[in-house]
Design a protein around this ligand. Structure first.
Ligand code: HAM
Length: 427
């Protein structure tokens, strides 16, 4: 066993998995660009307050899952447990409200949560987070859901499920919780699990998405928040559903979906995929109309979602969906003799300058051994250079798939390869 292992809950993404990763990330960038989202980079850590205030003090993330540390200057910093709060902090700090609204941004990178590791749940995972800040129109919610939809469908997912709910606003949610939900849960408190009784004290809404088996009958019959929305929230939700129906995006209304971050208002949604077991959410998001203000900006609406890349890759594998292969260098130089090796090094350099990937065999192995390396490398053409051929100003070029081999004048080699691999590639 190796002396050191990656820390618990983290993982290496090895070369064999890269075709999945590059495909998923490339697709995410393409989809985001199609909707006019721009990339943003934000720090991996922020002042702890940004997440405490942004994500909310009563949440699992803030209470139990943050990697918080003091730096050498005595500041409390936290490794980002999500992107949204940091992106909103950047929006405020850089005065982005003077730009045309909404400001549409996306980020890709690692996020950190101290969770109990299991399949699909890690302490470091990677998110594609897409945020649309400055627009209250339900069309912005629809657009965010569409980005999610386009991403998962472009990857070929089958049996996707979109769960949708509205959890209202600061005007209609508190009365629902106080006058409807809490009295109901109290009336059936004997049937709730111990954990849910605690939640009932601290954050009653979270009882609704409990996973505790014994509490299920109670929450299944709980009065739905959707029936207690104020007229603005109700209309907003109806308009979002109108767009989803108009474009035939299937979804399921789930009155129990509340999500684990405190900043949500109105729309919340989650996307699940088959083949993942318990941790089956490949993405989730919603509207956060109060977040900019909570972090010190002017009242500004916002909506966004994030996808978990590790879970997407797991689900792709579980569903037997293969990524496109990644391009290997297409030319491999094999050489026999000292001068031939030098010529191979120089020719490979010229080939790369014309935009074609090339490899040169290391060392001085037999031609046979080098040919074996060439076939394993995934190259299409092998250029074979020997001292004698070189003296004649020629090289041999072999097409690995067909086995066809021919002599090419050394001075023409770069143009010859360019013609076949770049200018007029065979299908
Ligand atoms: P979230 O639901 O906490 O939302 O995370 C988004 C996605 O990240 C999840 O659906 C899941 O795919 C993945 N994920 C979360 N935790 C883990 C984990 N421990 N291991 C592996 N994957 C995980 C947010 O973070 C919000 N910021 C989303 C958002 C953006 N809402 C508005 N804008």
């Amino acid at each position: 066993m190796a002396r050191y292992q990656a820390p618990r809950g983290t993982q290496d993404v090895l070369p064999d998995d890269q075709p999945y990763w590059q495909w998923v990330l490339g697709t995410a960038r393409d989809v985001a660009a199609k909707y006019g989202f721009w990339p943003i980079e934000v720090p991996v850590f922020e002042e702890t307050e940004v997440f405490v205030r942004g994500v909310g003090t009563g949440t699992d993330i803030v209470e139990k899952e943050m990697y918080t540390f003091e730096d050498r200057g005595g500041r409390s910093l936290t490794l980002r447990p999500e992107f949204t709060a940091g992106i909103v902090r950047a929006y405020i700090e850089h005065g982005m409200r003077v730009r045309p609204q909404p400001v549409k941004l996306y980020a890709i990178g690692p996020v950190f949560r101290y969770e109990a590791p299991q399949a699909g749940r890690y302490r470091q995972h990677t998110q594609f987070s897409c945020e649309s800040i400055g627009e209250a129109d339900p069309l912005a919610d629809f657009e965010i859901m569409s980005v999610a939809w386009d991403l998962y469908t472009a990857l070929g997912f089958r049996e996707l499920q979109f769960q949708l709910n509205s959890i209202g606003c600061p005007r209609c949610r508190p009365p629902y919780i106080r006058d409807v939900l809490v009295p109901y849960l109290h009336s059936r408190r004997d049937e709730l699990s111990k954990l849910d009784l605690e939640r009932l004290q601290k954050n009653p809404l979270r009882v609704l998405d409990t996973k505790e088996p014994e509490s299920q009958p109670v929450v299944n019959e709980a009065p739905s928040i959707v029936e207690h929305l104020c007229s603005e929230c109700s209309e907003h939700f109806a308009q979002l559903r109108f767009y989803l129906d108009m474009l035939e995006r299937p979804y399921e209304l789930n009155p129990r979906l509340v999500r684990g971050l405190d900043y949500y208002t109105r729309t919340v949604f989650e996307v699940t995929a088959q083949g993942l077991g318990a941790q089956n959410a490949v993405g989730g998001g919603g509207r956060y109309d109060g977040l900019v203000e909570v972090l010190g900006g002017a009242p500004t609406p916002g909506v966004g979602f994030a996808a978990g890349i590790e879970r997407i890759v797991l689900a792709l594998k579980a569903q037997g969906i293969a990524p496109p292969s990644m391009p290997a260098p297409r030319v491999f130089f094999v050489h026999r003799g000292r001068l031939a090796k030098d010529a191979a090094v120089a020719l490979a350099d010229q080939v790369r300058r014309r935009g074609v990937g090339a490899l040169v065999a290391f060392g001085e192995r037999s031609i046979k051994a080098q040919m074996r390396q060439a076939s394993k490398s995934g190259a299409e053409y092998v250029v074979i250079i020997g001292d004698e051929e070189l003296a004649r100003g020629e090289v041999q070029v072999k097409h690995l798939e067909t086995g066809h081999q021919e002599a090419v004048v050394q001075a023409n080699l770069v143009a010859w390869l360019h013609e076949r691999l770049v200018a007029h590639p065979s299908p």
